[in-house]
Design a protein around this ligand. Sequence first.
Ligand code: GLA
Length: 669
Amino acid sequence: MSRTLKVPGIAYGGDYNPEQWPEEVWAEDVRLMREAGVNMVSVNIFAWALLEPSEGTYDFSRLDRILALLHENGIAADLATPTAAPPAWFFRAHPEALPVDKDGRTLSYGSRQTFCPSSPAYREAALRIARVLGERYADHPAVVMWHVHNEYGCHNGECYCDTSAAAFRVWLRKKYGDDLAALNDAWGTTFWSQWYYDWDEIIPPRATGAVPNPTHQLDWRRFCSDELLSLLKAEREVLLEAAPDTPATTNFMVMYNFDKLDYWRWAPELDVVSNDHYLQSTDPESEIDIALSGDLVRSLAGGAPWLLMEHSTGAVNWQPVNRAKTAGELRRNALAHVARGADGIAYFQWRAAKAGAEQWHSAMLPHAGTDSQIWRDVVALGADLGSLAEVRGSRGVAEVAVVWDWNAWWALELPSQPSAEVRFQGLIRTWYEPLWRSGVAVDFVRPDADLSAYKLVLAPSLYLVDEAGKANLTDFASGGGVLAVGFHSGAVDENCHIRLGGYPGAFREALGVRTDELFPLLPGDAVELSDGGTATLWSERVALAGAEAVTSYTSGPLTGTPAVTRHTYGSGTTWYVATLPDPTTLASLLSRIREEAGVEPVRTTPEGVEAVLRRGPDADYLFLINHGEEDADVEVAPRAVELLTGEKIEDGVPARVAAGGVAVVREPR
Ligand code: GLA
């Protein structure tokens, strides 16, 4: 039996932490939840200290009452294991479970998620509470899903203590088949006299005098991700034993520079993929970040609908200056996540806290109470989501895939690279932006993914690629696809060893180019391109080896050298973008590549109007989000209906999207 979320329509709600409030408040909470159309809340996320007042003694009475109240009011519970915040008594009994940072400093308890992921005492305590909770509520009618832990690795992605060191060695022995020579070879330990003669000599890459070994660091990142993943799996296992039919999720943190976990390895462990997304106050176009993260999460979910487990109604509290949302932004944000495949929209948190570390974080029910703009927006959004029930289960359709790989990200940003200015997420966003602006649907893929559904594959930044990834991408091109690769890709193999003979190593042959030397540009420097554009960040001395130059440098030390190349490879085409062209130049280049690949935008829209499609069994759902300041008209198919208003759109008449507004158009097929 497949474990799916049994909440009708689009789920709507947030983190509900009633333990923060006296019980008299709860009745008002559920009354207001009903008023807002809330149908699912996540509970118990930070309740461990109240549930288990001392080791092995439990008090479930409060949670019993909360779940009963929710159920009586028809609100489903996404019941969390409270393992992200162990109680103080736990750390007093097990001080060795506190994490140690790179500099050898042991952190104290007093916030949350301050535990060592490899601590046996933590694991035992976490699994114990997960088991007791799972068994107690397995058949509770309110419980529709397990919310395992919370944002794994948010605060403790890496722990450098001796326990972690021992666990790292176990992980390494497994990876290298107990063969220390294989590890020495993979890590290149002849360099700087790092050769290991005994497994016990190996420690985490703690703060050291000079640059640590790159492969050591890369294996460490892999280990840290796997170590937390093993906690997820263990909790999941315990919950499955207790409740075999209840789906489980854990909330990911795709984007905002969280790079601790290789979510490609995590997603298959979940029945429902969910994500938390917050806006960066300094990002003037955070709608692009929402789109990118939504596409990535949907791709992690294998195209299946996912849940937006957290975002904010207004300002957060953890940035230097926390900006409020502008008029209509709450609605546009939420519906943009639905457009990208979310079948549920939730916030952190239901009621704004009076006390505690997040007292200045916005919520669905603000400090000001119901006489507030946020509350009115929250209620209106509930009605909007109610009218989108039929969208549930529909899926995105894309002909373009963008390669995203955590190993490549980690390796690219190791210290002592040609340029510390080259950042993975920034490069992906730079390539993604023009696609977003022209309304092109995009999936994200691993380098070794099945690419048969795509016409165009883009690898903006793939510094590290293994043989399987290399073969997959180049076979895609030789088999008739269009492949565009960004600079400094294919440079190293999975052990971070440079692929010799010229750059871009793995892709040299497929791209028909050979670079003998890299010329990264200093911050502020720009060089001119023969097509009239400029380029920054990076350049390299590319020689053609079968490819043609599309653009060359017309200034700087590489004048006359190709900057962008195109190559016929097998029955496909490959492009090498060996620099970072300015946004307009990159946009026209990517348009040309896309047109040659035969990829069309979802819909042609006026500037500022985002068009996204979800495909259902009988109809397409066209989401039109107007980020501009003028009303816009967009052509739609015959017999269309705008779902948010319920109005039919006359054949031949375009759909109107108000300035700052959203339309969701059902187009029957
Ligand atoms: C994260 C956490 C929440 C809360 C929010 C605040 O997403 O999961 O508990 O701290 O951040 O933005």
